[in-house]
Ligand binder design. Structure first.
Ligand code: NAD
Length: 420
């Protein structure tokens, strides 16, 4: 499918990110100069990714790499392939990466990349050409110490290997990768695969303690992909946790007494989907969000908790595994209902912490099994700092987390000064 045939741009995600930024900037009484500096990306690159498809036809796709901040360190952020990708969405996600890295105190800025395409409609060889051409086009602004890519929606180790190889071929630099989330055989880490889920599970445990949630803790994981499935599996290591609901794009299952995840894994490993799972009540994915639980973990796409359903949620806490799963309007409804929201920049920061471990001498930490501990301790520190800030400022956890992050980036900028 040519990029022109794909859905129109949606600028709402950027509007919501800027709205949240402005609210946090107000809480910090941030001066107007710093406000406009931090509201805009340092650099946005738009590229036209041209390939020949398997039939030999010339096809083009829009691609983006946005570096929102380079103040605390090099750019860092995922690469996604989705039909909805836009410059606005990529900018919003790059900004979220800046706040996420600052909140968990990593020496990174924030960046994001995307190609507007539907991977379902392409063969592996077309996807390889899209990935390599995109990597070649953004080459001038990426690389170790500049901007390092990672997997995101519809990209994984395979795409990271292609980016790494394209970068090495074009630059002659073989030692350092321009990506994290590499295959293990190319220096990646097994822990990176479960890092985001590990951090989400940690955030669920911390929230259960902080908000005195009941035992057994009943959790719904809406979106059983990489992040959602790992989160659910890691949560079940605690016998006092029940995963009562799961979903993917094909369907949802809800079972009061808990879903057996090994049985779900059997279905998925056999090429099935959640709709093929023979356990509990059958539902549509959006229906699961409103069922009774103590913690709801949206782990799929953005905007699933919105003004249409926020008033019907039956949970005590939402832990945002996905990026931007709760809309601005829904946030206000949840706050009125006394439902706490652990924001995405805190809850899903385990992935970028895992990337940091992989990039910075990760092998040693991984060999001694310390990667998981590093993720847990960073998430825990950020969680407690966020709770304390929310109490001190009488604001939501989202606003509290943002104020901490914005303050850190603004302080770093002041200390670095401005060239020339
Ligand atoms: P994934 O593609 O592996 O999984 C997404 C899952 O969501 C799939 O199972 C899909 O079927 C399901 N899904 C899609 N639409 C749905 C809907 N409407 N209702 C229910 N399920 C639906 O992606 P992932 O890597 O697990 O990422 C999930 C989210 O987490 C994204 O928002 C991503 O940006 C965010 N995230 C991922 C990482 C990471 O390390 N992969 C890190 C930080 C944040």
């Amino acid at each position: 499918m040519a990029s022109a045939e794909i859905a129109p741009f949606d600028s709402s995600a950027l509007g919501a990110s800027l709205g949240a930024f402005e609210r946090a900037a107000d809480l910090l009484s941030l001066d107007p100069g710093m406000r406009s500096f931090l509201a805009k990306p340092r650099r946005s690159l738009e590229v036209t990714v041209a390939i020949r498809d398997d039939a030999g036809q010339l096809r083009t796709f829009d691609g983006y790499r946005v570096q929102h901040s380079l103040t605390r360190g090099p750019g860092k952020g995922g690469l996604r392939f989705t039909p909805e990708a836009s410059l606005e969405e990529t900018t919003s996600l790059a900004m979220a990466m800046t706040w996420k890295c600052a909140l968990v105190d990593l020496p990174y800025g924030g960046a994001k990349g995307a190609v507007r395409c539907d991977p379902e409609r392409h063969s592996e060889s077309e996807l390889e050409r899209i990935t390599r051409r995109y990597a070649a086009l953004i080459m001038p602004i990426i690389g170790p110490g500049r901007d390092v890519l990672a997997p995101d929606m519809n990209t994984g180790e395979r795409e990271m290997a292609w980016v790494m190889d394209t970068y090495a071929t074009q630059t002659g630099l073989l030692g350092d990768a321009a990506v994290t989330g590499r295959p293990i055989v190319l220096g990646g880490s097994a822990q990176r695969r479960s890092a985001t889920g590990h951090g989400v599970a940690e955030a669920v445990r911390l929230a259960a303690r902080a908000f005195a949630l009941p035992k057994p803790l009943r959790v719904i994981v809406a979106g059983y992909g990489n992040v959602g499935s790992k989160t659910a599996e890691l949560l079940l290591a605690d016998p006092e946790v029940l995963v009562v609901g799961i979903s993917d794009i094909t369907g949802a299952r809800y079972c009061e007494s808990g879903i057996s995840l090994p049985k779900v894994a059997e279905v998925l490993d056999g090429g099935g989907a959640i709709a093929d799972v023979e356990q509990g009540e059958r539902l549509l994915p959006h229906e699961l969000l409103e069922l009774d639980c103590d913690v709801l973990v949206p782990a799929a796409v953005s905007g699933v908790v919105n003004v249409a359903n926020a008033g019907s949620l039956s949970t005590r806490v939402v832990v945002e595994a996905a990026n931007g799963p709760t809309t601005e309007g829904a946030d206000a409804i949840l706050a009125d209902a006394g439902i706490q929201v652990v924001p995405d920049i805190l809850a899903n920061a385990g992935g970028v912490i895992g990337s940091y471990v992989e990039e910075r001498g990760g092998e040693l930490a991984l060999e001694s099994g310390r990667a998981a501990g590093i993720i847990s301790s960073r998430i825990e520190s950020a969680f407690h700092a966020t709770l304390a800030r929310a109490e001190a400022m009488s604001c939501s956890l989202r606003d509290a987390a943002l104020t901490i992050a914005i303050e850190r980036v603004a302080d770093a900028h002041r200390v670095r000064g401005l060239f020339p």
